[in-house]
Design a protein around this ligand. Structure first.
Ligand code: TXA
Ligand code: MG
Length: 474
């Protein structure tokens, strides 16, 4: 995956112009000649007026209708491809967020699943820009362009700045991973790292995960034990974070903030990998939410947590790379691989059974009290929405919203604030929807969120772990 440059968009526009305007007109003229010929032959013979009129109509249809039909198809296609192009290229990045992007546009881009919103200096959103262009160009020219050349407004709006530039400027960039959105800082700058803590209001004793683009890159910073070796080969790229001994070199010390252990993972999301590769330094990234809150699985969640200013004392979030939903939906499994047996510090998508299958060892599971000593981030209370969360529920309280699982019980069907994690009791789907569900019910202003029982098996263990922490107060 690579970011398309301005010139690439112009080149694409040129190709489309030929394909969608020049060729259809040539085709139209060609068919016109064919029908004119048929008409002429008809006329020479003893054709009836009816058949001649039919031929004339057909000629007209092909002369005008064919290119027009092609143009309309082209327009639909262009819109689709233009959006998909932005989506894939990462240029749906929301640039200079303050005042430039309307939330509505972001949300509508989410619903199309394409995230085709972008913003430059003069641009509010894609529609706004096309309107701008409309004002500048003579109408007939704009009319033709609007049918075919989605790339021109895109190219014109692109500032040739990249996420990597922002990272190198020690600014924060939020990016998608397969688990949740991360709040990224370049791993070789203590200033950038500090700004993560300021932005999230995160306790300073809570270390961060370094994201590498390959195991080979990770090997520069940590020592791989045999267990770590086996698991990295099996699960990377993927949602497994390995805690290992920090190597004794300058950059490792910065990444681990002077600690003897460092958490690393290679995410499997193409945008994350591309970003790390281009910046060529590991990216330190916690989940892109305010400390203690619900993790983000959509760019919109990041906007809600850090907007509308996107900067504060000692931090600036200068870009959010919007790539729609994170497919896993909950954070990576955090595994301490330094000892004789692996220890799960945080449950996640990769389960204890999957790990023990590969290392042929028992996997230890530190219970909450001890976990806090080793992994200060794993506080008992975490992942909390504003509402009070109650787990394993079956009877409704006053003013509560519900996270249901499986069929919605009859007694709840009249409740307006329901969010079904999986009507078919699929735990992967529940994982995918968990944080959206919590955030949705919060946005409805309910006082309590009641959660139906969720089986504590497979990824259900991670789901229950998160819900338990979210409900700690109650
Ligand atoms: O899926 C994920 O892991 C996401 C995406 C963005 O990669 N990241 C994430 O980071 O969830 P964060 O900071 O929200 O959670 C990382 C957890 C924290 O609980 C932290 O305490 C623990 O990993 N951790 C990080 N470094 C550690 C270390 N050296 N020793 C023990 N625990 C560590
Ligand atoms: Mg987090």
């Amino acid at each position: 995956m690579s970011i398309l440059s301005k010139s690439a968009y112009y080149a694409k526009a040129g190709i489309k112009f030929v394909m969608r305007i020049v060729l259809p007109f040539i085709a139209g003229i060609f068919f016109n000649w064919v029908f004119a010929l048929v008409f002429f032959i008809n006329w020479l013979g003893d054709a009836t007026w009816k058949s001649s009129i039919f031929t004339i109509l057909l000629t007209g249809l092909f002369l005008v209708g064919f290119p027009f039909a092609y143009l309309w198809l082209g327009r639909i296609n262009a819109l689709r491809q233009g959006a998909a192009g932005l989506y894939q290229s990462g240029h749906n990045t929301i640039e200079k967020l303050v005042g430039n992007v309307t939330k509505a546009a972001v949300i509508s881009s989410q619903t199309t699943g394409l995230g085709a919103v972008f913003a430059g200096d003069k641009v509010k959103n894609k529609k706004g820009f096309i309107k701008n262009l409309e004002e500048k160009l003579p109408r007939p020219i704009y009319f033709i362009l609007s049918f075919v050349l989605e790339e021109i407004p895109i190219a014109a709006a692109l500032k040739e700045v990249s996420e990597t530039t922002e990272l190198k400027k020690e600014n924060l960039v939020a990016f998608p991973t397969e688990t949740v959105y991360g709040l990224g800082a370049i791993g070789n700058s203590t200033n950038a790292i500090k700004s993560i803590y300021a932005a999230k209001k995160r306790p300073l004793n809570n270390p961060l995960i370094a994201h590498a683009y390959s195991k080979k890159q990770a090997e520069k910073y940590i020592d791989f034990t045999e267990i770590a070796e086996v698991l990295a080969n099996k699960f990377w790229p993927g949602p497994l974070t390995i805690i290992a001994q920090t190597k004794n070199n300058e950059y490792s010390k910065i990444l681990s903030q002077g600690k003897s252990s460092l958490a690393m993972r290679v995410p499997s999301h193409p945008v994350a990998l591309d970003l790390i590769k281009r910046v060529n330094v590991p990216i330190l990234a916690p989940s892109a939410n305010l400390s203690g809150g619900v993790s983000p699985t959509l760019a919109e969640h990041v906007i809600n947590d850090f907007g509308p200013a996107f900067k504060g004392h000692g931090w600036e979030l200068s870009k959010i790379i919007n790539y729609g939903s994170c497919t896993v939906g909950i954070e990576s499994t955090v595994l301490d691989c330094r000892g004789e047996k692996p220890i799960i510090l945080r449950h996640g998508f990769i389960t204890a059974e999957m790990i023990s299958d590969f290392v042929k060892l028992d996997v230890l599971d530190l219970k909450n009290e001890k976990t806090e000593l080793i992994s200060p981030g794993l506080l008992k209370s975490h992942y909390s929405p504003k509402a009070n969360v109650f787990i394993n529920q079956n009877k409704s309280m006053v003013n509560s919203g519900w996270l249901t699982f499986g069929n919605t019980p009859k007694s709840l069907q009249k409740n307006k604030n329901l969010f079904n994690l999986s009507p078919t009791k699929n735990l992967f789907q529940a994982c995918f929807l968990l944080y959206s569900g919590l955030r949705y019910l919060d946005s409805q202003g309910v006082k309590n969120i009641q959660v139906m029982p969720i089986p504590n098996e497979g990824v259900g263990v991670a789901i229950n772990d998160r819900l338990k922490r979210a409900s700690y107060k109650n």
